[in-house]
Design a protein around this ligand. Structure first.
Ligand code: ACO
Length: 370
């Protein structure tokens, strides 16, 4: 391409640009600290349920928010389950996130608490239905008596999960519930700023999340671990991947220059879950060996850019231990992050203005005016 096309890509990717004020979360990339509505991540992860952190994020953004979101969210799961009948063979050929997104798109747009709850319910219900349908199994109806994490696992498997598994999924959903102005949240805020409605904002969030540079990374982490196979093979495999120009999934971050605090929260959750029976022996130790090799090689290759483990590396281990297929990992990420997307969309609508930045024209001028 000529005519200045080489100059089209924005080389800085808006790095460091402050595009919103928010009360929702703060990502301190130098300190490796994540604050969600006044709480450090370690005060929330493993200590609160997904319903509680959603309540925390939504406080002040909806009228009539109940103190306990559990019953209303369970009712919303039952309500959206009726959309599962729209899963047809065309959708079953798609990836789980494409199928889950298509079913979510069937929900009416709106800004009410009910609309918001349906959107929180949607990824859990539709992911389970999609995964089961792709395996030739019938969908499982939501259970009004269960918490969101417990029901998400039960709908996936067709039988109740253990308390340890429910706690692990709750820890995951809370850990990823919000994270500043990441790509999907920014997308959701841009859409919300046009007053398009919450479903539109969430669909934008899902679409941005699915890319491998954002929420699509954990499935490929499993491919990397399986490709490496043994710790002794790690260096050779990683060097060959980097020589091909590949990026190592689960490493690097736009904001963190130190270790992503979510990586440690999830690693602790994997350890807690897999210390019991049923875990693949040595899987965590193997992953730690691969992580150490990757960090050493990235440091050798990019000594000036601190490339550390991000949330996706131990997301992969945790969701694998919970028996989610890697193809559905990004759907589970959306199941947690949707709480943040909705909160940001409401914050944008209630206090913000249409988001409409400018671009710099670097193309040719019309001959007459040149
Ligand atoms: N593997 C190999 N090289 C990397 C990696 C990686 N994981 N991450 C960054 N680099 C390289 C870049 O290619 C770049 O090299 P160059 O200067 O020679 O072009 C250099 O390090 C600097 O990159 P950054 O400016 O730090 O990267 P950026 O901020 O644009 O991207 C991103 C951040 C997308 C997360 C990147 O680190 C990456 O692609 N990681 C792998 C995918 C991944 O794990 N995504 C999940 C992120 S967490 C989340 O979104 C929930």
């Amino acid at each position: 391409m000529s005519d200045g096309f080489d100059g089209l890509a924005n080389p800085d990717g808006l790095e460091g640009v402050v595009a919103a004020n928010t009360v929702l979360s703060e990502v301190d990339g130098q300190a490796g600290r994540l604050i969600i509505r006044g709480h450090d991540l370690d005060e929330l992860a493993g200590r609160t349920s997904f319903e509680q952190v959603t309540r925390l994020l939504w406080d002040g953004f909806f009228d009539g928010l109940p103190a306990d979101l559990g019953p209303a969210l369970a009712a919303a799961r039952v309500e959206v389950f009726s959309e599962v009948s729209a899963l047809d063979t065309g959708l079953l050929d798609r990836t789980p996130i494409e199928g889950m997104r298509a079913l979510t798109a069937r929900l009416a747009d709106g800004d009410s608490l009910q609309a918001a709850l349906r959107l929180i319910a949607a990824p859990a219900v539709f992911t389970a239905a999609m995964v089961r349908a792709q395996a030739g199994e019938a969908p499982v109806r939501p259970d009004l008596s269960l918490g969101h994490a417990a029901d998400a696992l039960r709908m996936l498997r067709g039988k109740p999960a253990s308390q340890a598994e429910v706690e692990a999924l709750d820890t995951y959903l809370v850990t990823v519930s919000d994270h500043g102005l990441n790509a999907s949240t920014f997308t959701a805020r841009v859409i919300a700023s046009t007053q398009a409605g919450l479903t539109s904002a969430v669909l934008g969030g899902i679409s941005a999340l699915k890319g491998p540079l954002h929420g699509g990374a954990p499935g490929p982490v499993i491919e990397m671990l399986d490709g490496i196979g043994t710790p002794a093979n790690a260096r050779a495999w990683i060097e060959a991947a980097l020589a091909r120009g590949d990026r190592l999934m689960g490493f690097g971050h736009r904001v963190y220059r130190v270790r992503d605090p979510r990586a440690d929260a999830l690693k602790a959750a994997v350890r807690k879950l897999t210390e019991g029976a049923g875990a693949t022996p040595g899987r965590l130790a193997f992953a730690e060996a691969v992580e150490a090799a990757a960090l050493a090689i990235l440091k050798e290759r990019k000594p000036d850019r601190s490339l550390q483990t991000n949330v996706e590396f131990y997301t992969a281990l945790l969701l694998e231990a919970l028996a989610y297929p890697p193809s559905a990992f990004t759907c589970v990420f959306a199941t947690g992050r949707v709480a943040g997307w909705v909160a940001h969309a409401r914050e944008q609508v209630m206090g913000g203005r249409l988001i409409r930045p400018a671009s710099r024209y670097v193309g040719p001028m019309p001959k007459k005016a040149a």
